[in-house]
Design a protein around this ligand. Structure first.
Ligand code: PGA
Length: 246
């Protein structure tokens, strides 16, 4: 069984000063947090140095919200794996639906980034999920299985223990309209069976997860934790969510 992972995705929230204040409060809150939960935080790039200093020696892993597939080059505005590793970043979210919808991220790009992250020793957290229209058309299962197979094309199953997957139905993100845990577990079972070798890969649920519902998800057999947006922005609230994770 994979360990439970609770990962905060701060999106475009928090300056470096906000990050310092959050982490001082959050780390103090973690004294009574359960030991079976691995805690991840992905701040914006501009706060990574501050977060790295605050998190050094703590139990919280530092991540990035995206990265480029090349290690360097003429890519204005982009960030590479070596730049992230310099600050102790250990995981990177790839293919978040907001980046697919607004920043032109494609299945092929996510695949290239996945290969780079693994080669660079970063843990990819690959996000997949269907739109509301795909769900009502009965296409959710097909869409998500396709996204996973595309993201992992050419990745050897031996590497599946060094990555995580986040199932994030797009209609549930930031809406308060979270996916029923039984249906999320079913979708995540499909993901687990999409390729041989994913049996022990952590699969996280994302989409309006909060302290009040995290236990309903993490009690399910195919759900190994959460990728949390809005509910990761308040130090006390996020610590409370970690405390309720099963
Ligand atoms: P949310 O976002 O928790 O605010 O719904 C989740 C995500 O987009 O990763």
């Amino acid at each position: 069984m994979p360990r439970t992972i609770v990962a905060g995705n701060w999106k475009m929230h928090k300056t470096a000063a906000d990050t310092a204040a959050f982490l001082d409060a959050f780390l103090a809150e973690l004294v009574d947090a359960p030991a079976h939960v691995d805690i991840f935080i992905a701040p914006p790039f501009t706060a990574i140095q501050t977060a790295s200093e605050r998190l050094s020696g703590s139990r919280v892993s530092l991540g990035a919200q995206t990265m480029h597939w090349d290690l360097e080059g003429p890519f204005t505005g982009e960030i590479s794996a070596p730049m992230l590793k310099e600050f102790g970043v250990s995981f990177v979210i790839l293919g978040h639906s907001e980046r697919r919808a607004a920043c032109g991220e494609t299945d092929a790009g996510v695949n290239r980034k996945t290969h780079t992250a693994l080669a660079q020793g970063l843990m990819p957290v690959i996000a997949v999920g269907e739109t509301a229209a795909e769900r009502s058309a009965g296409a959710a299962d097909r869409r998500v299985v396709h996204q996973i197979r595309a993201a992992l094309d050419g990745v050897p199953p031996a590497a599946f223990g060094r990555l995580a997957i986040a199932y994030e139905p797009i209609w549930a993100i930031g809406t308060g309209n979270n996916c029923d845990p039984i249906e999320a577990d079913r979708m995540m079972g499909l993901i687990r069976n999409a390729l041989p070798g994913l049996e022990d890969t952590p699969i996280l649920y994302g989409g309006s997860m909060k302290a009040e519902n995290v236990a309903d998800y993490t009690a399910k057999p195919n759900i190994n934790g959460g990728l949390v947006g809005g509910a990761s922005l308040d130090a006390h609230g996020f610590a409370d969510l970690v405390r309720h994770a099963r």
